[in-house]
Design a protein around this ligand. Structure first.
Ligand SMILES: [Ca+2]
Ligand SMILES: [Ca+2]
Ligand SMILES: [Ca+2]
Ligand SMILES: [Ca+2]
Length: 500
């Protein structure tokens, strides 16, 4: 029967389950056909069978066997690249383990069994092919001639780790995908300048999207369900990160790093904070492992999360769990003009009185910089004079009577300019009213820092108005576990001062 088909030039292939494989094997072999095992998703194989003119070839990579079709017959030195990974078919083949290569580039092959035996010297496995004998398909396919290969010529990504074969450091083993930290650096947002997209310095299959109107910079990846996927990230500075696994069924994310070395090496898992973000340290190499159940590919995004929306101000704090240098500030208060004006002055019957308007305990923390003593000093020491450029407020540094900070208010722009040029008159009520107007116009957002040393408190403009940086890079470069931040609305439950 098989001979008859062959004689008539009818090439016969068989699609069968494993149990009938042996029954039909000789038929397909005699009639120059192919065998297709109905295991897993064999659509690709069928597609290849229908579309390609070349016969199906069996390729062995280490201890695995794959079958497929070359776009053009395989020839040593040929430049056909079936899978489009820029390595030619010939470059993906391990010609040293091909039985014989003729002058014209054609060749003769070992069977898989011969290849395994050849890779073993006595009990020593000299090549990875020796491991093929324990492959479940070996019993079935051990006698078939195979092409030995260093990478899969039918797949652009042999180990399915999303690094294509031509870019993969380790073609047969999973490498974590690279997340370029500089690309997602969010420190430039909320400062009124556009953040540009940065090119990755290494290969990544992620797509970097910078959205200046939403102040986000994130990498997006697509991963297949049912496999763990890995990413590596080495922060350039201590930062908060948000990792989002968008698998629509069961989704997981774990973040870890290796500690110690050799026998003492251990994996340390990092817990997310209550917002689900991770505080990661500078220079440490973190591995992010994700998993998604379900049937369809899913998305994964990685971004920094170093800003908190604080329309009513807030407090940033580096606790001294670790000793901070005496020059490092431990607290910064971000104060809105309304909050400042309200807490400095209340106008009652045309008289200005200093009153405490907010009584909530948490708000007292925010207002600590303006506690009664300090507040009265501040009021006493505020001096004004008008300039051509606009309204200038001189605020005396209350803890060092030799220094003065000058907040120059021009429209919405505030600059700190110069120090030590006090010489004006004590403030008059007229000017207090004027100051209050300026404050209430919303022109004076300030950031007040307390320092550990008693010599220095200072006021600087809150240039990222309505947003507080969770991390002060210049201050907290080496602080990791001791950072905290609170917004006024978190602390007090106020929806917003503007809406009250
Ligand atoms: Ca290729
Ligand atoms: Ca390949
Ligand atoms: Ca790969
Ligand atoms: Ca790899």
């Amino acid at each position: 029967m098989a001979d008859m088909l062959k004689q008539k030039g009818i090439r016969t292939s068989v699609v069968t389950t494993a149990s009938y494989y042996k029954t039909y094997e000789s038929l397909a072999e005699t009639a120059d056909g192919d065998m297709f095992l109905m295991t897993g998703d064999f659509c690709d194989e069928m597609f290849g069978f229908i579309c390609y003119g070349t016969p199906k070839m069996n390729v062995v990579i280490a201890d695995n066997i794959v079958s497929g079709y070359f776009k053009e017959p395989l020839v040593k030195g040929g430049d056909c690249d079936t899978d489009g990974d820029t390595l030619s078919d010939s470059e993906e083949v391990d010609w040293d383990n091909v039985k014989e290569v003729h002058e014209d580039g054609t060749y003769e092959l070992y069977t898989w069994k011969e290849l395994c035996q050849k890779s073993r010297l006595w009990f020593l496995e000299v090549e990875d092919y020796a491991g093929g004998e324990s492959n479940p398909l070996f019993e079935l396919m051990g006698g078939i001639e195979v092409i030995p290969a260093t990478s899969n010529p039918f797949s652009a990504d042999t180990d399915k780790d999303y690094y294509p074969d031509n870019r993969d450091e380790d073609i047969l083993d999973t490498n974590p995908m690279y997340i370029y930290d500089a690309g997602i650096n969010d420190s430039g947002f909320h400062k009124g300048v556009s953040v540009a997209v940065k090119e990755s310095d290494k290969f990544t299959d992620g797509k970097l999207t910078v959205n200046n109107s939403e102040s986000t910079a994130k990498y997006s990846f697509t991963r297949r369900p049912g496999d763990f996927a890995y990413f590596t990230l080495k922060p350039d500075a201590v930062s908060y990160y948000k990792f989002t696994n968008k698998a629509n069924v069961a989704a997981s994310v774990t973040v870890s790093y290796e500690k110690g070395w050799g026998l003492w090496e251990e994996t340390v898992y990092v817990d997310p904070d209550s917002n689900g973000t991770y505080l990661l340290e500078r220079g440490k190499e973190y591995t992010i492992e994700i998993y998604g159940d379900g049937y369809s590919d899913y998305g994964f995004t990685a971004e920094q999360d170093n800003w908190v929306y604080a329309p009513d101000g807030g407090v940033w704090e580096a606790n001294d769990g670790e000793p901070l240098s005496e020059y490092k500030p431990i607290k910064q208060y971000y104060i809105t003009p309304k909050l400042l004006a309200d807490s400095l002055y209340t106008k009652i019957d045309n008289d200005f009185k200093i009153t405490t308007i907010y009584t909530q305990k948490d708000l007292e923390n925010v207002m600590k910089s303006l506690e009664p003593e300090l507040r009265s000093q501040l009021r006493e020491e505020i001096n004004t004079f008008l300039t051509a450029g606009g309204f200038v407020v001189l605020i005396m540094d209350v803890s060092s009577h030799e220094k003065y900070k000058i907040l120059k208010v021009v429209s919405n722009i505030i600059t700190v300019s110069g120090a030590g040029m006090l010489g004006s008159e004590r403030i008059e009520d007229l000017y207090i009213e004027h100051i209050e107007d300026v404050l209430k116009e919303g022109n004076l957002h300030i950031c007040y820092s307390t320092y550990m040393t008693k010599y220095y408190n200072n006021y600087t403009p809150w240039t990222t108005e309505r947003y507080i940086p969770k991390i002060q890079f210049d201050i907290a470069g080496s602080v990791n576990d001791s950072l905290s931040y609170r917004t006024v609305q978190d602390a007090c439950g106020f929806p917003s001062f503007d809406n009250r």
